[in-house]
Structure formats: structure tokens, C-alpha cells
Design a protein around this ligand. Structure first.
Ligand code: SF4
Length: 332
């Protein structure tokens, strides 16, 4: 297997629940079922998207995969090593290889420090370069993030949203990561600035051989930025497919509804809009059967009783739906 096609990150039956405590003794009274048995792979140099509505568990899944959160159960392999249960000390060298970019890095940038000092602190803390090499490395990082040397003495509040995101990217690059978890990295930015940041991330991927786990509520952004997408609903992956096949081969009723909500670039290309009725059920009390059955226009009796398995239906294409599985079975 070539390096590019070796899985860098693998999740098997990954579960993340958050306990809700109550009463005088603070006992667990319920759980938020944020991630429910997710299995996925991300290959070296690949960019995959995690997409779904707000509260679907995509950010929690991303953070659990890079061990910012502890999994409740399941396995996570990073570069072949089981990192699911490693403690803080054992994780530290591995965490350098996985960095995060946030929606707005402002909250994670010390407002009293200049950009130069923010980057210097990260470089020295992680012992990436010796003291003599820090200044030259700061220039390199600013250059990689498309910022001029003139910003070295500026403070975070002096930057626009797009520039701040570039600072966040520069800081993530201080430790020469291999995998970047980008959690809604452009959703707070204007459309023109979004494109600039996405272009920057694509360029860095080619230049530095990075892999991205790209978390977004915006299927259109993911469609253009990623090779593969995992569509999530209520903490489950309901469909995985190559982004090139989204327009032609999407199968799950929820994925179809998400896709139909994307405005088309050319008004002559009409797309039937599928409006979903009802609200997403509470992740505290998951519905029995298919998690989507309470809103699914195609739901049948079996959907209320049995949660469909995610089954392979094509190259890099998996779907969890009784109806799709039956239709494909009938065709074959
Ligand atoms: Fe809809 Fe049933 Fe398929 Fe779930 S299994 S998506 S409820 S048709």
C-alpha cells in the first residue's frame, strides 16, 4: 500500500456520550448521545468532510478523533497506533502531529501578545526549533499563511477575521503537523474571504502534504474542498461518498435533502428542493429504529423498529437506509 493510501486515522465503532448529572448526589440521570458507533478512515494526504446540521455530533466526532475529547468506547488508530486510551503524557508527542483550526481563532489567541510572541511561544514550547532559529521560522510561518512580516508586532484585535484565521493557521503549522482538524474554519467569514482561506488551505496541503478533517455545516463548501464526505445525523454516519459523486449518486434521503438546499450556481440548472419537516430529535433520547425516521419522507414500518446498518454500495460509498439497501438489492 502506498504512503498516500495508508490510513492515517481510523475510527472503529467510536462512541462519545456526555453524562447529564442531577439530584443531590450528582448521579448520572441521562446521557447526550453525541457520537454513536462511528467507523471511518482518513488516508494520508486526503481531505475528508464531516457534514451535518448543528448538533449532529460532527464537531464532537472531530475532537474525539484527535483526542481533544476522550472516547466513551471504540477504537481510534493514528498512523497505525491505538490512541483511544492513551494518557496525557503518551499523547503529547502524537498531538503535535494533529492540530486544530477553529471557527474563530480569536478566543484561543492571547490578546496581550503580539503575533510574533504567539508564534515564538508555540515554537519554543514544542521545542520545534532552537532559540537562534525562531525568528527565521516565524517569517516562514507568516509567509506560509500569506501574512507579511509587517504583522509581527500586531495584536490579535488589529486583524480582520480572515487575517486572524491566517494567524490561527500559522500557529497550527508551528509543530509541522500531518493532520489538521478544521472545525468550521470559514463559516464566520465573508464569501470572498472564505475562498481565500480555502485556497490557502489547499495550497498548504499540496506544499506540506497535509491531511484535513474538515468539519462543516455547509455541504457546498465541503463539495468543493474535500474528496470524500461523511454525512452525519444524530451522531450517526448516514452516508459516505466521494464528493465528485454528490450531484449524481447521493442516496440517503437526508443527504438528498441537504444537497437540495444548496443554491445552484447557474439558475438554468434547477434542483428540486426537499424541505424537511419537523425538528431533529433530542440526542438525549434517540428514537428507536432509523435515527432519521421521524423526518424521513420515505419512512416505512421497519424504519421505526430497526436502525439500518451502514452498507457498502459502491467505491467509497456507504449508506445506512433500509429502502436504499432494498432497492439496490432488487437491482442486483
Ligand atoms: Fe428513511 Fe427508512 Fe431510510 Fe431511515 S431507513 S432514511 S427512515 S427510508
Amino acid at each position: 500500500m502506498s504512503e498516500e493510501h495508508k490510513p492515517l486515522l481510523v475510527a472503529r465503532k467510536l462512541v462519545k456520550h456526555f453524562p447529564i448529572t442531577g439530584g443531590v448526589f450528582g448521579r448520572e440521570v441521562a446521557k447526550v448521545h453525541a457520537v454513536n458507533g462511528v467507523s471511518l478512515e482518513l488516508h494520508k494526504g486526503e481531505c475528508v468532510g464531516l457534514v451535518g446540521e448543528s448538533g449532529c455530533g460532527k464537531s464532537t466526532l472531530g475532537k474525539t478523533l484527535v483526542r481533544l475529547l476522550d472516547p466513551t468506547s471504540g477504537t481510534i488508530l493514528f498512523d497505525g497506533k491505538d490512541i483511544s486510551t492513551l494518557g496525557y503524557k503518551q499523547l503529547r508527542p502524537l498531538k503535535r502531529r494533529m492540530q486544530m483550526i477553529f471557527q474563530d481563532p480569536y478566543g484561543s489567541l492571547n490578546p496581550r501578545m503580539t503575533i510574533e510572541n504567539i508564534l515564538r511561544e508555540a515554537l519554543l514550547f514544542h521545542k520545534v526549533v532552537d532559540k537562534g532559529g525562531v525568528s527565521a521560522r516565524i517569517d516562514e510561518l507568516l509567509d506560509l499563511a500569506g501574512l507579511s512580516k509587517a504583522v509581527r508586532r500586531k495584536y490579535p484585535h488589529e486583524f480582520s477575521g480572515g487575517q486572524r484565521q491566517r494567524v490561527g493557521i500559522a500557529r497550527a503549522l508551528t509543530v509541522n503537523p500531518e493532520l489538521i482538524l478544521a472545525d468550521e474554519p470559514v463559516s464566520a467569514l465573508d464569501v470572498s474571504v472564505q475562498a481565500q482561506i480555502l485556497n490557502l488551505l489547499q495550497g498548504l496541503r499540496a506544499e506540506l502534504g497535509l491531511s484535513y478533517l474538515f468539519v462543516s455545516h455547509d455541504l457546498k463548501v465541503v463539495q468543493h474542498f474535500c474528496e470524500r464526505v461523511f454525512i452525519m445525523y444524530l451522531g450517526f454516519i448516514v452516508e459516505e461518498l466521494p464528493c465528485d459523486d454528490l450531484e449524481t449518486d447521493v442516496r440517503h434521503p437526508y443527504s438528498k435533502a441537504l444537497l437540495s438546499a444548496i443554491p445552484v450556481d447557474d439558475p438554468r440548472d434547477r434542483r428540486d428542493t426537499e424541505v424537511l419537516e419537523g425538528d431533529v430529535p433530542s440526542p438525549i433520547q434517540l428514537p428507536k429504529g432509523c435515527p432519521f425516521h421521524t423526518r424521513c419522507p420515505q419512512a416505512e414500518e421497519i424504519c421505526k423498529k430497526e436502525n439500518p446498518e451502514l452498507v457498502v454500495i459502491g467505491k467509497a460509498h456507504r449508506v445506512a437506509c433500509h429502502v436504499v439497501a432494498r432497492e439496490l438489492g432488487a437491482q442486483n
